[in-house]
Design a protein around this ligand. Structure first.
Ligand code: CAA
Length: 249
């Protein structure tokens, strides 16, 4: 792949890091955008330094994807340092699990704004450049639970399903301009987010997975890397499940 510029939101989370590393190894110049960098950037900087020792450069951008103005600045900063954004991976996401009768308004709002509003807030700043240059790759990281629904996740399942609605609509708008828009829906992964599910519940969930194990973030990153490549030019509006057979449709 040529030296494309990629922006990954949630870029210093576990999945975000794997995606950044994958895209960097594919020859992209990568910016990792993350709100965690606004408070304590040490962890992100040590990861960045570790990759630099392997000859892989990542630009760290501190920004809040729930804030449109913060995204304006983040994209401008990325473009001034690396050049126009060719690839956007919307990976920022959080959970606030509770059944609807216990879920409060703040938990609803936090998940909808971080997981869904964010997709508008960032994509809006890169889409015109992509269509004008005749090349773009947008990958929205959704979830198995946006496809099948999950007890305790009305907020998360709604936001993740909404991401794929956005994918399909935008894919149609930009299909003739060399820009593809796709969704990747991971199942339960070996991450801290999934590790926060109570142990007995998680054990039952893993029993439902035909492969009998959690996924690894590098397995998701490999698919994202392909969808971001020049070779994936004819794939758009698709939603890829990657869940060890947990939900087949
Ligand atoms: N299906 C059906 N009924 C269930 C249930 C389920 N999965 N889980 C609990 N219940 C029932 C209980 O048996 C109980 O019934 P009774 O009232 O008759 O006794 C009732 O529902 C309990 O309801 P509560 O609202 O009190 O539930 P809780 O507070 O005990 O637990 C929860 C709610 C915290 C959401 C818990 O169910 C949970 O953690 N579930 C897992 C959520 C999950 O999978 N999150 C994924 C996070 S990772 C991620 O999201 C990444 C990704 O993309 C995959």
């Amino acid at each position: 792949m040529s030296e494309r510029v990629a922006l990954v939101t949630g870029g210093i989370g576990e999945l975000g890091r794997s995606i950044c590393e994958r895209l960097t190894r594919q020859g992209c110049r990568v910016a990792a955008l993350d709100i965690a960098l606004t408070t304590n950037g040490d962890d992100g900087r040590s990861w960045q330094a570790r990759l630099a020792r392997d000859g892989l450069d990542i630009l760290l951008i501190a920004a809040d994807v729930t804030d449109f103005g913060s995204c304006t600045q983040a994209v401008a900063h990325t473009e001034s340092r690396l050049g126009p954004v060719d690839i956007l991976v919307n990976c920022a996401g959080i959970t606030r699990d509770a059944s609807l009768r216990k879920l409060d308004k703040n938990e609803w709002d936090a998940v909808l704004s971080t997981n869904l509003d964010s997709v508008f807030n960032v994509t809006k700043h890169v889409i015109d450049g992509m269509t004008q240059r005749g090349f773009g790759r947008i990958v929205n990281i959704s979830s198995l639970n946006g496809v099948k629904g999950q007890f305790g996740q009305t907020n998360y399942s709604a936001a993740k399903a909404g991401m794929h609605g956005f994918t399909m609509a935008l894919a149609r708008e930009v299909a003739r301009k060399g820009v593809t828009v796709n969704t990747v829906s991971p199942g339960y992964m070996n991450t801290k987010m999934v590790g926060a599910v109570p142990r007995e519940i998680l054990e039952r969930i893993v029993e439902e997975i035909p492969m009998g194990r959690l996924g690894e973030t590098r397995e998701i990153a490999a698919l994202v890397g392909f969808l971001c490549s020049d070779d994936a030019a004819f794939i758009t509006g698709a939603n890829y499940s990657i869940n060890g057979g947990h939900h087949m449709h």
